[in-house]
Write a protein that binds this ligand. Structure first.
Ligand code: ATP
Length: 199
């Protein structure tokens, strides 16, 4: 199974890119979605979280109370480490399961934290979607209707652009139109099909 890891900063165009590749018939495994699946009621990770942090991180109907948990880990780096120690392995297992179930010629794993976590061990190749910070801010502000400072703070908290680019096998520059984005992806898609067929 040939797996392309796709990452990039907030508003860089990860979803725009995976929407296009999905249209070409490629299975997209989404780490953000997997991170929600592993804390659904009945999942072992949710039980571990409740055991460690207390029942008050659950809502009345047994779902994760994200706000309560966020308040705990926001102010406490050690608590955040504990939480990640529970969720990251569970997310990794869920991603492996979804990758194994994929039937397309190659598979894309899209994750904002691909390079910061052991998720990068799941991929054969790293594709970075890159956009200048001004564009990231503009696009995320328009999409989420949030103030500039909020997007700027997220960009600051994320991996530095140059560090991300250093680790890329392939880079798509997303500073033009969607059509230009699609053209770049179409040629990468052909290369990935060839690479996958050689394996
Ligand atoms: P996040 O990490 O915040 O989920 P993302 O990397 O998935 O962001 P997208 O949601 O794909 O980013 O893009 C951000 C916004 O910018 C979206 O509204 C998207 O439609 C728009 N967008 C992305 N690329 C382009 C482009 N080349 N031209 C015009 N709009 C774009």
């Amino acid at each position: 199974m040939f797996v392309v890891g796709l990452t990039g900063g907030i508003g860089s165009g990860k979803t725009a890119a995976t929407d296009f590749l999905a249209q070409q018939g490629i299975t997209i495994v989404d780490a953000d979605l997997a991170s929600r699946v592993v804390v659904e009621p009945g999942q072992p990770a949710l039980q571990h979280i409740a055991d460690h942090f207390g029942e008050h991180v659950l809502t009345a109907d047994g779902a994760l109370d994200r706000r309560a948990l966020r308040e705990i880990v926001f102010a406490d780096a050690d608590a955040l480490k504990v939480l990640e120690g529970i969720t990251h392995p569970a997310i990794g297992e869920e991603l492996k399961r979804q990758i194994a179930a994929s039937e397309s010629t190659y598979t894309v794993l899209v994750s904002p934290l691909l390079l910061e976590t052991s998720q990068k061990a799941l991929v054969d190749r790293i594709l970075v979607i890159d956009a200048p910070a001004e564009l990231q801010v503009k696009r995320a502000m328009e999409r989420d209707h949030v103030p500039e400072e909020q997007v700027a703070a997220i960009i600051k908290a994320q991996m530095e652009r140059t560090k991300r680019l250093d680790q890329a096998d392939d880079v798509v520059e997303n500073h033009g139109s969607l059509q230009v984005l699609h053209e770049q992806l179409a040629s990468l898609h052909q290369r990935y099909l060839e690479m996958a067929n050689v394996l």
